[in-house]
Design a protein around this ligand. Structure first.
Ligand SMILES: CC(C)(COP(=O)(O)OP(=O)(O)OC[C@H]1O[C@@H](n2cnc3c(N)ncnc32)[C@H](O)[C@@H]1OP(=O)(O)O)[C@@H](O)C(=O)NCCC(=O)NCCS
Length: 139
């Protein structure tokens, strides 16, 4: 069974393996765990038989008006079962009351987010790919 939690105390780094699929220089499981704990909000989907994290979402927010959702991912073997929708629904619920919840996604994910009440708009980004693994992060 999949259980959802906003506690990031329990998972060990080895229970976070398999994420950042397709990233050329992915964060390590330890950096992933650090990132979850440093986020203002994180929700995990956990396979309760193994304790392995199969999906997660993070948000950063000023707690007054704006929140940004940098990461949402479900492990490839667990996709198409509603886990991504449920993680995002729970995060939007958590952020309720703010003026704006923003994220950037590929165009093909527009229908996925529209089902959650979001609307498309133009986004801009500035990326330093030398920092993709999270090494040398800003303090
Ligand atoms: C996007 C993602 C989180 C969805 O998780 P999931 O658990 O499979 O999602 P759900 O089962 O709740 O919903 C699946 C729906 O999303 C659609 N969807 C998911 N990924 C899609 C993609 N890449 N292109 C088009 N549609 C996609 C499915 O077709 C399905 O639509 P349906 O409800 O009409 O059948 C998952 O595919 C993933 O981790 N992708 C890689 C990372 C990523 O792109 N994250 C989003 C960052 S903005």
């Amino acid at each position: 069974m999949i259980v959802y939690t906003d506690s990031t105390d329990k998972p060990r780094p080895d229970q976070l393996r398999g994420f950042f699929a397709g990233w050329p220089d992915p964060p390590s499981p330890q950096t992933h765990l650090d990132l979850l704990r440093a986020s203002d909000h994180a929700i995990l989907a956990i396979d309760d038989t193994t304790g392995h994290v199969v999906g997660f979402i993070t948000a950063i927010t000023d707690r007054l008006m704006f929140a940004y959702i940098p990461l949402l991912e479900v492990l490839p073997g667990h996709r198409g079962q509603g886990i991504g929708h449920e993680l995002t629904r729970r995060m939007i619920e958590k952020l309720k009351g703010l003026y704006s919840i923003d994220l950037i996604c590929d165009p093909e994910l527009k229908p996925f987010y529209e089902k959650l009440g979001m609307k498309a708009c133009v986004g801009m980004t500035l990326k330093d790919y030398r920092r993709q693994s999270g090494i040398g992060r800003h303090k």
